[in-house]
Design a protein around this ligand. Structure first.
Ligand code: SF4
Length: 317
């Protein structure tokens, strides 16, 4: 059985106003095994949302993946045609988008979007079957009075209820992997905790793998699985979230955990120096002369820092 999701050395570029290729992701590594929870954490502009779009073959034009391996259940996403990708989306990986309202058409009653992926993949047909599936899914994600809720419009739900309904829709075609992009950013703290508990329960009951993308380190830690830290378009640290929360190896992760203000603007995606060198209290002269490679860190983790490895990364492309 191939690893569920694998990204190796991803590079995504967009043209700037003068038509020059500008890298916005350069050096992301990620893997998700069956049944595992992985949290991808990074500030705005770190490349985390583009990474999951690349995983699903959804990088919006004029952006493009210009380097790297991207595989879902062993399928080469970069080489796959649109029909193959449509077969993977929803069925292999269900996506919950950041903004609850983005998951729904405001003029459609809930049963339609919630059962849409199952219909697309030929798992249900006919209105009666779709409504029944939607009611089951809405009940599974803990929405009260699910049989009546199938006829509700999205605006009649609270933010927390909409996000639960979005999870229900992402589950409709029984995917192996649930990808949630900033699933709690629009929710209050009570709804955030409830949604996290829901994701944990679904993982347990359905044997799902869960990939959560967030800017919130506390939330990433609370997922309890592995954590990947992204900074300036590259993976800088990977490890068990509990270990990372206690003893982060990379100075950027240490700064995040200490609540230190780190530049929120995307750093220059340099290949000739460490991208955290201007914010790093432990910077050395060589950090301005080469880019560190991702290398073995603590307890099976990975870290991109010369404090842990002397290895510099070869530039590509
Ligand atoms: Fe700091 Fe150097 Fe490590 Fe970069 S490589 S995080 S500048 S010590």
């Amino acid at each position: 059985m191939p690893t569920l999701a694998v990204i190796e050395d991803l590079v995504v570029a967009f043209p700037d106003t003068e038509g020059r290729r500008r890298l916005v992701v350069d050096g992301v590594w990620l893997d998700v095994e069956d049944g595992e929870t992985v949290a991808v954490v990074g500030a705005s502009g770190s490349g985390k949302s583009l990474t999951i779009l690349a995983l699903l073959g959804l990088v919006p034009a004029p952006g493009e993946v210009v380097h790297g391996h991207v595989r879902l259940v062993g399928v080469d996403v970069r080489a796959a045609d649109e029909a193959t990708l449509c077969g993977l989306r929803g069925r292999t990986a269900g996506l919950v988008q950041q903004e609850p309202s983005a998951n729904f058409n405001p003029v459609q009653r809930l049963w339609r979007p919630v059962s849409e992926a199952a219909k697309r993949h030929g798992l249900v047909s006919g209105v009666r079957e779709r409504r029944a599936l939607a009611a089951d899914l809405l009940a599974e994600v803990g929405l009260e009075d699910a049989p009546a809720m199938v006829d509700a419009f999205p605006h009649q739900l609270s933010g927390g209820q909409r996000q639960r309904a979005a999870v229900a829709a992402a589950l409709a075609a029984r995917p192996h992997l649930l990808v949630a992009d900033e699933p709690t950013s629009a929710l209050d703290s009570v709804s955030q905790a409830e949604l996290l508990r829901l994701l944990g329960r679904l993982r347990h009951e359905r044997g799902l793998a869960v990939l959560v993308v967030t800017h919130d380190l506390e939330l990433a830690t609370a997922t309890g699985g592995r954590m990947l830290v992204l900074h300036a378009g590259e993976t800088v640290e990977v490890g068990e979230s509990v270990r990372l929360a206690k003893g982060p190896a990379h100075p950027y992760t240490q700064a995040l955990l200490a609540g230190r203000v780190v530049p929120s603007a995307p750093a220059e995606l340099s290949r000739s120096r460490c991208r955290f060198v201007d914010g790093c209290p432990r910077a050395m002269p060589r950090c301005r002369q080469a880019r560190p490679a991702l290398a073995d860190g603590l307890e099976g983790g990975l870290v991109r820092c010369f404090l842990w490895s002397d290895t510099a990364e070869a530039a590509h492309g």
